[in-house]
Each structure stands twice: as structure tokens, then as C-alpha cells.
Design a protein around this ligand. Structure first.
Ligand SMILES: Cc1cc2nc3c(=O)[nH]c(=O)nc-3n(C[C@H](O)[C@H](O)[C@H](O)COP(=O)(O)OP(=O)(O)OC[C@H]3O[C@@H](n4cnc5c(N)ncnc54)[C@H](O)[C@@H]3O)c2cc1C
Length: 314
């Protein structure tokens, strides 16, 4: 029985995977793309995207990924609704286990993204993405001009998000369960000294209000020492408690950093420690985490895969 060996298998259908698919398909590589648990990726969980080039009036996040998918399909990309559960990269072709069956590929592009950590409090899920609860100040901060918002978290990203939001919001509450920030001293000092930032120390969020109205109308918080409940009158809740990179089934053999993000080889943004295997997008980027940067890395990975195939046969 002959086993099909794919030229390139792309894992993930966020901006990174779909851009890699467009490039690989246009290079005549007939790519196979695996959709994974979230077809279209993180952008499908938001409404308006205002910072993706080429859309002067903004574009709906779901529509943007649909457009990319259509563009990839036009050049011959094939899609499969499957999730990679394990890999074997010890020999060529590379082996990918998709639950109950196995596929083989000469080159692989892993574009599995990252999942924002959530608090799990009532109202958070219902009001996530375009309704007031978000995980990205760079993406959504501008929607909260002259409004009061809350940032949840106490690390560097929470301090950074809070400071960024002061450009738009009238007031930023920084809610943290302790009485000092975990953030680096310089970030913590900047945040605590900022006139628009009000620290809400020793407090945890207990409920996002506004589910009935369909948009955030407040955040209920509890003081951990006294148990007292209060409501912050905010229109936006920015969750900044970290991300979980979706690198589990691939690491090892692929190298990751201390945060679990893929660690490309020195001098490359996309080349992994396994020849012919590339990474792209948020799964290897804990700094920028933007649609356009993910797309850029997807492009790089596809071009690298194409060159590898040209050199090694494909
Ligand atoms: C609420 C929100 C709003 C945002 N707004 C903006 C914005 O306005 N502008 C902006 O530039 N960015 C925005 N972002 C960030 C942007 O969505 C991400 O930077 C971008 O989606 C990253 O793309 P990616 O392809 O790397 O990963 P993702 O979009 O995370 O996609 C990952 C893909 O991998 C698949 N996958 C995961 N594990 C497996 C597996 N084991 N097997 C197979 N497939 C797998 C998933 O199904 C998914 O298709 C926002 C993010 C969020 C959460």
C-alpha cells in the first residue's frame, strides 16, 4: 500500500497558517492545511479589526480570516478538519498523528497560535470579543476613548496594557490580588505613578456585569482581606494574565523557551531545530501577538519551506 507524502502540511488556520497557505499554494506546493480546534484562529473571536493594512474602514475579524481562506483555496490549498495530537520528527518524511490516523510530510509549518488565559468568572465568556471583555489593549484600546476600563493582572503585561490604555480611557483600574505588582520595578513604578491609573489592590474580579444588556456595564470585585464587594463602573475589561502557547504536541521535539513558546534557531524567526519544520505566528511570539506579524511569519515560513523542498527534492 502506498502512503501519500505531502509537500507541506500547515497546522493551524489563523493569520499565520492561512498566509503560509496562500504563499505555499501560489508556489504550486499543493499544501494541506489542518484546521484544529479553532478554525480561523483568534481573530474569529473579535468583531472589528481596525489595524490590518488594506482595510481603511476596518474589517470584521471573522470575515478577514474567511477572505484569507478563500484566497488560499483559490490557489489550490486543501483543508482538513483535524487536530495534531502527536508528532514524530526523527526521520523523513515527518510524521503527524491526527488522533485516529497518521499523515506524512516533507515540510511542516506549525502555526498553532496561543490561547489567552481567562479568569473563568461569570460574564467573561458571554461578553468576550466585541462586547467589552478582551485580551488585547493594542487591538481594542482605541474603542474605549473617554471611557473607564479595568485591567486584570499584576505582571509586566498588565502594567504595559494599563499604561497603553491611558492614551484612550478616561480612567484605568488595575485590579490585582496582592498589594504590589509582580511587574518589573520600572513598569510597576510607571503604572502606579500614572494619574489616570487607579490601583485596586488586594482584589479579585468576581463577575463581569452587563450580560443582559449585551455589553460590559461594570466589574464586580472582591477585597481578598475584608471580603467586601464593590463594582467598578467600567465599559471595558482587559484580561492580562498571560497566554498559553499551543505547543504541547510538538515540544519536544521542537525546542521551546521557558514560557512554552517555540524557540526558532538563532538568526531566523521561523526555522526550528528540526530541518524542514517551521513555526509561525503567536505560537512563537510572546511580544507582538498581532494579526499582521503572524501573517508575516506565515509568509516567511512558506518561502523557507519552498526553498527547503527545492534543495532537498519535493
Ligand atoms: C479578542 C482578540 C482580539 C484581537 N484583535 C486583534 C486586532 O484587532 N488586530 C490584530 O492585529 N490582532 C488582534 N488579535 C490578535 C490576533 O488574533 C492574533 O495575533 C492572531 O490571530 C495570531 O494568529 P496565529 O495564526 O498565530 O494564531 P491563532 O489565530 O491563534 O490560530 C491558531 C490556529 O491553530 C489551530 N491549532 C491549534 N492547535 C492545533 C493542533 N494541535 N492541531 C491543529 N491545529 C491547531 C487553531 O485551530 C487555529 O486555527 C486579537 C486577539 C484576540 C484574542
Amino acid at each position: 500500500m502506498s502512503t501519500t507524502v505531502e509537500n507541506v502540511v500547515i497546522i493551524g488556520t489563523g493569520c499565520a497558517g492561512l498566509t503560509a497557505a496562500i504563499y505555499a499554494a501560489r508556489a504550486n506546493l499543493n499544501p494541506l492545511v489542518l484546521e484544529g480546534p479553532l478554525p480561523g484562529g483568534q481573530l474569529t473571536t473579535t468583531s472589528e479589526v481596525e489595524n490590518f493594512p488594506g482595510f481603511p474602514h476596518g474589517v470584521d475579524g471573522f470575515q478577514l480570516t474567511q477572505n484569507m481562506r478563500e484566497q488560499a483555496t483559490r490557489f489550490g490549498t486543501r483543508f482538513e478538519q483535524a487536530q495534531v495530537t502527536a508528532v514524530d520528527f526523527t526521520s523523513l518524511p515527518r510524521k503527524l498523528v491526527l488522533g485516529d490516523h497518521t499523515i506524512f510530510a516533507r515540510t511542516v509549518i506549525v502555526a498553532t497560535g496561543a490561547s489567552p488565559r481567562m479568569t473563568g468568572i461569570p460574564g467573561e465568556k458571554e461578553l468576550y470579543g466585541g462586547k467589552g471583555v478582551t485580551t488585547c489593549a493594542t487591538c481594542d484600546g482605541a474603542f474605549y476613548r473617554k471611557m473607564e476600563v479595568a485591567v486584570l493582572g499584576g505582571g509586566d503585561s498588565a502594567a504595559e496594557e494599563a499604561l497603553f490604555l491611558t492614551r484612550f480611557a478616561s480612567k484605568v483600574y488595575l485590579v490585582h490580588r496582592r498589594d504590589s505588582l509582580r511587574a518589573s520595578k520600572i513598569m510597576a513604578d510607571r503604572a502606579t505613578a500614572h494619574e489616570k491609573i487607579q490601583m485596586v489592590w488586594d482584589s479579585v474580579p468576581v463577575e463581569v456585569l452587563g450580560v443582559k444588556e449585551g455589553s460590559v456595564s461594570g466589574l464586580k470585585v472582591k477585597h481578598v482581606k475584608t471580603g467586601a464587594l464593590s463594582v467598578l463602573p467600567v465599559k471595558g475589561v482587559f484580561i492580562a494574565i498571560g497566554h498559553i502557547p499551543n505547543t504541547g504536541p510538538f515540544a519536544p521535539p521542537l525546542q521551546v523557551d521557558e514560557g512554552g513558546y517555540f524557540k526558532p534557531q538563532p538568526g531566523s524567526q521561523v526555522q526550528t531545530n528540526v530541518p524542514g519544520v517551521y513555526v509561525a505566528g503567536d505560537c512563537s511570539d510572546h511580544v507582538f501577538r498581532q494579526a499582521i506579524t503572524a501573517a508575516g511569519m506565515g509568509c516567511q515560513a512558506a518561502i523557507e519551506a519552498e526553498r527547503w523542498l527545492a534543495e532537498h527534492g519535493g
